[in-house]
Design a protein around this ligand. Structure first.
Ligand code: PGA
Length: 251
């Protein structure tokens, strides 16, 4: 078992500031060289404070997103992009509406495709990541079942962007957003484990006591599909940030 470097912070805001500062430094370095920055982005409650900090850096410190290219991890299927439950909506609401990433440089899996178009879409998504030069930085949250993106338990190390079935835990946790578990989509389009592991830098953030049990498992289990986040052990440049609540049972 390989150790994944992890940092314990006092609270979620401190993590948001630290990770936003890393992303900002990367964007500024690339901008100075006239190069693009390719970011893999996540949704959920966890990254909201981080996106708020990036918006602040844009507004108050002139952080320029004009050369940033983004690829989101996942989207529910089926899902209309203009639905308030969509990850399209989430990303625009929390980040894209407030910074200057050109719309043509934003990529989010399309949950509104007919089923027969999904395989080609997923192959093209992988290709676009490659054409952009690969992911410079991948941001991850973690599900209580250990998922990263919507790579649920059972997801293979070599999985790629594809249609996935959502785990019961994931659907239960999303019930509040959809007004009942029955209304949560059963599937999603997600980048794969292999797609994520090809990023040159990975940061996983886990905050709050609900994540304490899974974080203990992630840090003390061998890499396996049972807990997809354990695959970060196979990456040379991954860091996990936890707040004291998510770290509580690790001591
Ligand atoms: P959360 O979701 O940030 O809302 O806890 C994380 C995840 O399921 O990956």
């Amino acid at each position: 078992m390989t150790h994944i470097p992890f940092v314990v912070a006092e609270n979620a805001q401190e993590i948001a500031q630290t990770v936003a500062a890393e992303i900002a430094a990367l964007i500024r370095e690339r901008n100075a060289e006239g190069r693009s920055t390719v970011l893999g982005l996540a949704t959920g409650n966890t990254p909201i404070l981080l996106y708020r900090e990036l918006v602040r850096l844009h507004r108050e410190e002139g952080l320029d997103f004009s050369r940033v290219i983004t690829f989101n991890l996942d989207e529910y299927y089926p899902m209309q992009p203009d639905s308030s439950q969509s990850y399209h909506y989430f990303m625009h609401h929390h980040l894209f509406d407030h910074v200057n990433v050109p719309a043509s440089q934003i990529h989010i899996p399309d949950g509104s495709l007919p089923r027969e178009a999904i395989a080609d879409f997923c192959a093209a998504y992988e290709q676009k990541i490659q054409q952009a030069g690969g992911l410079d930085f991948q941001l991850l949250g973690i599900g209580e079942n250990g998922h990263i993106g919507f790579n649920e338990p059972g997801s293979a190390r070599d999985s790629r962007t594809r249609l996935v079935r959502l785990d019961a835990t994931t659907r239960r946790n999303a019930a509040g957003d959809f007004g009942g578990e029955d209304l949560v989509p059963r599937e999603a389009i997600s980048m794969g484990v292999a797609t994520i592991l090809e990023a040159r830098r990975i940061v996983l953030i886990a905050t709050g006591s609900k994540k304490a049990t899974i974080m203990q498992k992630v840090l003390h289990s061998a890499a396996s599909s049972d807990i997809p986040a354990t695959f970060l052990q196979l990456h040379e440049n991954a860091t996990i940030y936890v707040d004291t609540a998510a770290h509580a049972s690790l001591v």
